[in-house]
Design a protein around this ligand. Structure first.
Ligand code: ASP
Length: 239
C-alpha cells in the first residue's frame, strides 16, 4: 500500500487485517483461542503519529476486524477506547463485518480444554505461563517521516472473560510519537502493561537509543523490576 502511494494508516490497518483474516492464526482475529467461557474476545488499537490520534477496542466478540473498529473510534468519536458491549454496538451501527464468536475448531478445542481444565490450570499456574498467546504489532515509517502503528490480538488463550491485555492499551501494546518513533509489543500483556512497555521503548529512543537497544533496555528494565525474575515472555518491535 505504501509503494502504491497509500496512506500509512491504510497500510497499518490493511496489514493487520491480513493477520486478523488468517483462519490458521490462533492468536489474532476470530480464529483465535477463546476465553474460559468459550467466546473469542478481541483487543486492538491504532495510532496516527500526525495529530497524535488513537483509537482502541477491548473485549469485542463477533467482529472480524477489531483494528478497523479501533480506527473508526479514532476517526469518528471524541473517545479513544470502547470496550465490550458498547464497542460491539458501535461496530454494529457502523456496519462492520460480523463473524462467529468462536470457530468450530476452537469450540472443539475448548470442549477438550474444559474437560481437562483442572489439570491444565494447575500446570499453567505452576509454570506461571498462559497456555497460548500471541499478537500482531505493526509499525510503519512513511517516506515523508510520519509514523503509524497498530496492534491486534485475541489475547491470552482461555483468559478470564473480560480480561483485557496490553494490546489495546495506548503506551502498553503500542505507542507512536511522530517526533521520535513507534513501538509495539507482543507477549504476556500483564508483563507489558504494568510498565507502559511501548511508551518506555519510545522514551528510550527519545533519549538517543537505537530502536534495537531501546527494546532491549526496556526488557532489561522490566526484568530488573519483575519480582518473578526473567521469565517474562515479552517482545517489542520499534522503528
Ligand atoms: N499481548 C497479548 C495479550 O496479553 C498476547 C500476546 O501477545 O501474546 O493479550
Amino acid at each position: 500500500m505504501i509503494e502504491g502511494g497509500g496512506s500509512g494508516l491504510d497500510a497499518v490497518e490493511q496489514g493487520i487485517r491480513v493477520t486478523e483474516s488468517d483462519p490458521g492464526n490462533p492468536s489474532v482475529g476470530l480464529a483465535g483461542i477463546q476465553n474460559a467461557a468459550g467466546i473469542v474476545q478481541l483487543d486492538a488499537c491504532i495510532m496516527s503519529g500526525p495529530g497524535h490520534r488513537a483509537g482502541a477496542v477491548g473485549a469485542v466478540s463477533g467482529y472480524r476486524h477489531p483494528i478497523s473498529i479501533a480506527r473508526r473510534v479514532m476517526e469518528t468519536t471524541r473517545h479513544v477506547f470502547l470496550v465490550g458491549e458498547g464497542a460491539e454496538a458501535f461496530a454494529k451501527k457502523h456496519g462492520f463485518e460480523e463473524g462467529p464468536k468462536v470457530t468450530p475448531g476452537q469450540k472443539a478445542a475448548w470442549k477438550k480444554w474444559k474437560a481437562a481444565q483442572a489439570a491444565e490450570e494447575a500446570k499453567a499456574a505452576k509454570a506461571g505461563k498462559p497456555i497460548n498467546h500471541d499478537t500482531i504489532a505493526l509499525v510503519a515509517l512513511m517516506p515523508d517521516g510520519n509514523l503509524f502503528g497498530g496492534c491486534s490480538t485475541s489475547g491470552w488463550g482461555y483468559k478470564i472473560p473480560g480480561r483485557v491485555g496490553d494490546s489495546p492499551i495506548i503506551g502498553s501494546g503500542l505507542y507512536v510519537d511522530n517526533e521520535v518513533g513507534a513501538a509495539g509489543a507482543t507477549g504476556i500483556g500483564e508483563n507489558v502493561m504494568r510498565y507502559c512497555g511501548s511508551f518506555l521503548v519510545v522514551e528510550y529512543m527519545r533519549q538517543g537509543l537505537h530502536p534495537q537497544e531501546a527494546c532491549i533496555e526496556t526488557i532489561r528494565r522490566i526484568a530488573r523490576m519483575d519480582p518473578k525474575g526473567y521469565d517474562l515472555a515479552i517482545n517489542f518491535v520499534a522503528i
